[in-house]
Ligand binder design. Structure first.
Ligand SMILES: C[S@@+](CC[C@H](N)C(=O)[O-])C[C@H]1O[C@@H](n2cnc3c(N)ncnc32)[C@H](O)[C@@H]1O
Length: 253
């Protein structure tokens, strides 16, 4: 589009509209976002794979738990270059009063572990084992630390837990969480995260699932975990793949 003149772009948009396709320029599409979020997003977008809509959902979740005094830390499982954690920290720095919350970063820091039989691409059904994705999205601890140096928060508030979550979560867990963000994509890791961390999420805390729509493994783990608990929570959709759940219960009781 960029090599078209403005009038050519407008003519093209009109033709598409006549054919039933509305064209919304990005700046108009994003106009409802507050300037503070746009500013944060501009600072993190080169260090995260998440969409702006999923970034928005995370930023709103951080605002919500702080404004409503939902107790606990923030954890992300699957951080890649750390951009989502940086985003959470920018919102925390803007909003926060006492107590200070820790941001927990769970990752192998060497990329994806091997997928299992449950793990497919939801839209195509393609078996991920056929794509040999082990080691995809590798970003080391030093690279993530460089991302987090952009944060105004004291660096000691970031807690790195390196290794596969199937092992590390059994040993190193926060006492209480206000936000739990799951982004390791596969069934086994997502199930381990739910089993180990959902019980420490405060009532009124927010669970965010990045890959419910994109990967079958993440979706199956979430559905099976809540079925086992005999719970049918509302999974609110942030975009085609992101889901947001507020844990039932009253945080102040
Ligand atoms: C899609 S990326 C995460 C994207 C990130 N949240 C962002 O904001 O861009 C998936 C991450 O999960 C990590 N990962 C995959 N399987 C894991 C496992 N079993 N244990 C720990 N980390 C894992 C990978 O190393 C990778 O950094």
């Amino acid at each position: 589009m960029s090599d078209l003149s403005r009038s050519e772009q407008e003519a093209l948009a009109r033709r598409l509209e006549d054919a039933g396709w509305g064209v919304v320029p990005p700046e108009q599409h994003q106009a409802a976002w507050d300037p503070s979020f746009q500013n944060f997003w501009d600072q993190v977008r080169d260090t995260t794979l998440i969409s702006p809509e999923r970034g928005w959902a995370l930023a709103e979740a951080v605002r919500y738990v702080i404004r409503n005094n939902v107790p606990g830390d923030v954890a992300e499982c699957g951080v890649w270059r750390g951009g989502a954690c940086l985003l959470a920290s920018l919102v925390m720095a803007e909003e926060e009063t006492e107590p200070e919350r820790t941001i927990w970063l769970y990752d192998t820091f060497t990329g994806m572990t091997a997928p299992g039989s449950e793990d497919r691409i939801a839209s195509s059904g393609q078996d991920l084992a056929d794509r040999n994705p082990e080691g995809w999205w590798a970003a080391g601890v030093e690279e993530v630390r460089r991302t987090l140096e952009r944060s105004p928060l004291d660096q000691r508030r970031f807690r790195f837990v390196p290794g596969p979550v199937e092992r590390t979560l059994a040993e190193t867990r926060p006492e209480r969480l206000a936000i739990l963000r799951l982004d390791t994509d596969w069934y086994e890791s997502t199930m381990a995260e739910l089993e180990q961390l959902y019980p420490v999420l405060s009532p009124g805390g927010v669970l965010i699932i990045d890959d419910y729509g994109h990967f079958t493994g993440a979706r199956t783990a979430v559905d099976r975990y809540f079925a086992r608990r005999n719970e049918s929570p509302l999974l609110h959709r942030s975009d085609y793949t992101g889901r947001v759940l507020v844990k039932p219960g009253n945080a102040s009781r």
